[in-house]
Ligand binder design. Sequence first.
Ligand SMILES: Cc1cc2nc3c(=O)[nH]c(=O)nc-3n(C[C@H](O)[C@H](O)[C@H](O)COP(=O)(O)OP(=O)(O)OC[C@H]3O[C@@H](n4cnc5c(N)ncnc54)[C@H](O)[C@@H]3O)c2cc1C
Length: 430
Amino acid sequence: MSWGFETDPEYQEVLDWAEEFVKNEVEPVDKVITHAWDLQDPLRQKLIPPLQDKVREKGLWATHLGPELGGQGFGQLKLALLNEIVGRTHSGPIVFGAQAPDSGNTEILAHYGTPELKERYLEPLINNEIVSCYAMTEPQGGSNPVEFETTAVLDGDEWVINGEKWFGSNARFASFYIVMVVTDPDAEPHKRLSQFIVPADTPGVEIVRNTGVWGHDYEVGTHAYTRWTDVRIPKDHILGGVGQGFEVAQTRLGGGRIHHAMRTVGLVQASLDMMLERAVSRTTRGKRLGDQQLVQEMIADSWLQIEQFRLLVLRTAWRIDRYKDYKKVIKDIAAVKAAMPKVLLDVTSRAVQLHGSLGVSKELPLGKWLFESYHMGLADGATEIHKVGLARQLLRDAEPHDGLFPSYHLPELEELARRKFAAQMAGLEE
Ligand SMILES: Cc1cc2nc3c(=O)[nH]c(=O)nc-3n(C[C@H](O)[C@H](O)[C@H](O)COP(=O)(O)OP(=O)(O)OC[C@H]3O[C@@H](n4cnc5c(N)ncnc54)[C@H](O)[C@@H]3O)c2cc1C
């Protein structure tokens, strides 16, 4: 029997180091660079690689990957605790070699790439010498694979891709795409699709525009609307078999979803820390904000929501490590994914309100985090879809009851209990 809510002292030391490192080294970088994924930015290139070297020296590089891929094989639970610290920052994930969407793409390539593809793309991706894009969503059909229209057709030794994709994060920085397209339009829904790796400079791959989002202040957006016109790639650039696209997608999405949740724990904890400092610093009508009961309620509600969410995330991470099979934790990951935007929205909304005008100003990051909650409710699938998935899993395991009244109907249970204890009750009843 083992059941605990404590971090080993040895790993706690690692976390303490990470806490100091992120605060003193990573947070200042966030204040002066625009986009940590932009490998063409000379200031980014001066500031981030030396920090990545320090993380490597400390043995914390790409902790989500096994040692065979240059990672530490820490597993998800340790990563969850580390990501809570790293997730407070923009550059942190890339400094620690665990940034989306590259971490998920790494998992796909590691599982399904040929040795040549791994040498050409996986190694430089793991080392952050390049970054990548995942192109799945389509402008007319969202991320429902059944609605996808972009196709790949085999022509001799090459696949030819035609169609459009929507909202591919970081496409303008990426050296390659992993793209999910239709290879057999007439097959049953989950066998219609396959995944391919496509170098970004392949003729016919076009960024129609880089869409910007509320909450990110970049001058040029980072979510690409892409058009694919007669894009030819070698036959071996398929990842997994023909028709296995859906299965391959699950390899990346399970990990990606929980990693977002781990970082979200960091963001909401940071929001609560800000609320607490403000509540004991700011006074109004002769009282501290923290002495007002409604402010106390905001603080108590935030702590409760954060702790409940954090435990769900940690337990899910633990279950991933325990079963080493995402299929066994689909329900848990759906729950985490569905809970995440609400916690982020609720806690950051309270933090904005508690800070008054300063809260809505651009002099604090709270407005950005508030909008991030909407990003989290869509990226890697809309909340509603995850809720439906969770409910279906729960309903699938539920047993129907034959009787007129349910199995927990009190009169029936009392009757059963009276029969069970008939001997003991004999002569005692009036
Ligand atoms: C910040 C961010 C980053 C992203 N990065 C990427 C990326 O790198 N690559 C990529 O391919 N895509 C990416 N996406 C796209 C993302 O996967 C889609 O936004 C998401 O899957 C929803 O698709 P949609 O936006 O077309 O909305 P729609 O499919 O039009 O859905 C709109 C709304 O309709 C409702 N709805 C839809 N379907 C259902 C259903 N089955 N049941 C109940 N309600 C439903 C929900 O309320 C949903 O929010 C990103 C999105 C965001 C916001």
